[in-house]
Design a protein around this ligand. Structure first.
Ligand SMILES: *Cc1c(COP(=O)(O)O)cnc(C)c1O
Length: 482
């Protein structure tokens, strides 16, 4: 049976999980997704499963191949607690955190990218792959950690030379595995992304690689392989609350998600479609509040917007890619195609009132100012909890919800990833990453994870920042020297 389809319709061959992982972009400009998310037959059988068993059970239920999955899940061995990679902790009252940052890069991207690297290698078999990626912060480090030392898979990661925090830069520039190449680019994140796009369209470059036996792929947030793994921890979080007797099985909770490209929230939405009792999925934004506007009004309009710089950079977004998959699941391919066309041509599309009502059965949304974000960090520090700015945005929105159900807030980064902002919130000091890590650690008796601490002692293995038009030569030279 055909399990994958594409969001904008059109003919496509019958393809499997491996195909969507290796070549994440569908034709017709759309995204791959599953045609169906059938309800789970029962939830109580899930309660006793380990994280690995839960993943395999859900994948099997969705019709996804289990080839290589159990091996891929061994990557969670690098998490703080391999048996509970996404633990739920109590914040206060009816607020709970699901901590998604216990992997090697200390941000939530590891939840999906750690297993994805090994799964990619399983499907690549002995073919040689070049994986290209451009990052402004958290995706690059997580991708490099995941693909390091894999045979036959080479990764090039472009980042804006002056566009990341110190910790994020060091997480990339100190990588020493021979299959990884990290290139700082002169320019900002848009320049890095534009360079990546140009490379993927540069026929000479691609032909040159093909002639040497390389397949080219791109690592990006729309890869369905990532989404598949991001369904699991939402189910795990719900089950964890049941096991702790915070709720009984079947009772509803709110899930609050600091959102950007909507990959995390999409996983929650798919879990909800399968019958996990999420009363609403609450989308938290920062002042770049396009998602709030859309979910409240049904109008997605970026024609009058430009991107603002905030304390929560991973949520700075205008075009949120994975919304397209929500639209497809609720309204089908024809509506999705016409909306996406309208977004491309006039930077705007609108749902009808009936459609909006349907969307709001699943979602609600709110946004948080930068000042409020700092205030949330301060207020939780008074009970000894240090949260990162992305999580702080979600906590702010969580305050506005009815108190009738437990609230599970997705915590997407460890404090150590954004320590200068936290130090500023708590003391008005402007310190660099190394100083602020020490300041927070000693003030709140929090250990600095060895992955973060050791970054400052390592050698940075990158060259001078490169001009975008020199990148293709840099890549081929590096690759053919292997
Ligand atoms: C990527 C990221 C987000 C946004 O997640 P999306 O899946 O893109 O919505 C939020 N917080 C942090 C810390 C992130 O790294």
């Amino acid at each position: 049976m055909r399990i994958f389809t594409q969001t904008r319709g059109g003919d496509m061959p019958s393809i499997g999980f491996g195909d969507v992982i290796l070549n994440p972009k569908a034709n017709h400009g759309g995204l791959y997704t599953l045609a169906h998310f059938p309800p789970l037959p029962s939830l109580d059988t899930l309660l006793v499963l380990s994280y690995t068993q839960l993943t395999e059970t859900i994948f099997a239920h969705l019709g996804l191949s289990l080839d290589g999955v159990s091996d891929a899940l061994k990557s969670y061995a690098s998490f703080d607690d391999p048996l509970d990679p996404a633990p739920v902790t109590h914040l206060h009252d009816h607020f709970y955190l699901q901590e998604l940052y216990h992997g090697p890069s200390r941000a939530f991207k590891d939840m999906a990218l750690q297993p994805l690297g090994r799964l990619f290698a399983t499907y690549a078999q002995d073919k040689k792959y070049l994986l290209l990626t451009a990052t402004s912060g958290d995706t690059g480090p997580a991708t490099l950690e995941s693909f390091r030392s894999l045979n036959n898979i080479f990764v090039v990661c472009l980042y804006p030379a002056k566009g990341t925090s110190d910790v994020q830069r060091l997480q990339m520039s100190t990588q020493d595995a021979p299959n990884l190449k990290v290139i700082p680019i002169i320019g900002n994140f848009d320049d890095a992304q534009y360079t990546l796009k140009s490379l993927l369209q540069d026929q000479d470059f691609l032909d040159h690689l093909t002639s040497r036996g390389f397949h080219v792929s791109a690592s990006n947030s729309v890869n369905f392989g990532r989404i598949a793994f991001q369904i699991i921890y939402h189910i795990w979080g719900y089950l964890s609350l049941v096991r702790r007797q915070v709720i009984t099985l079947g009772e509803e909770i709110y899930s609050v998600i600091p959102s950007g490209n909507f990959g995390n929230a999409l996983g929650a939405f798919y879990a909800k479609l399968m019958g996990i009792p999420l009363h609403k999925i609450i989308i938290a934004s920062n002042p770049n509040n396009i998602l709030t506007e859309f979910i409240q009004s049904g109008v997605y309009d970026i024609s009058h917007r430009s991107l603002l710089k905030t304390y929560s950079p991973a949520m700075d977004i205008l075009k949120s890619s994975n919304i397209e998959r929500v639209l497809f699941a609720l309204f089908g391919e024809e509506r999705t195609r016409s909306w996406m066309h309208s977004l491309d041509t006039s930077k705007h599309y609108a749902l009808t009132q009936v459609e909006l009502t349907q969307l709001k059965k699943h979602f609600d949304a709110g946004f948080c100012s930068d000042e409020q974000c700092l205030e949330m960090i301060r207020s939780l520090s008074h009970i000894g909890k240090i949260i990162d700015p992305h999580t702080a945005n979600a906590y702010a929105i969580a305050q506005t919800l009815p108190k009738d159900s437990p609230i599970l807030i997705n915590s997407t980064a460890e404090w150590s990833k954004f320590s200068p902002t936290i130090t500023y919130a708590l003391s008005d000091q402007t310190l660099d990453d190394a100083q602020s890590l020490e300041w927070i650690s000693s003030r709140f008796h929090l250990p600095i994870h060895p992955q973060i601490r050791s970054l400052f002692d390592k050698y940075e293995r990158v060259g001078e920042p490169a001009m975008p038009d020199t990148i293709s030569a840099l890549i081929t030279q590096w690759l053919f020297d292997q």
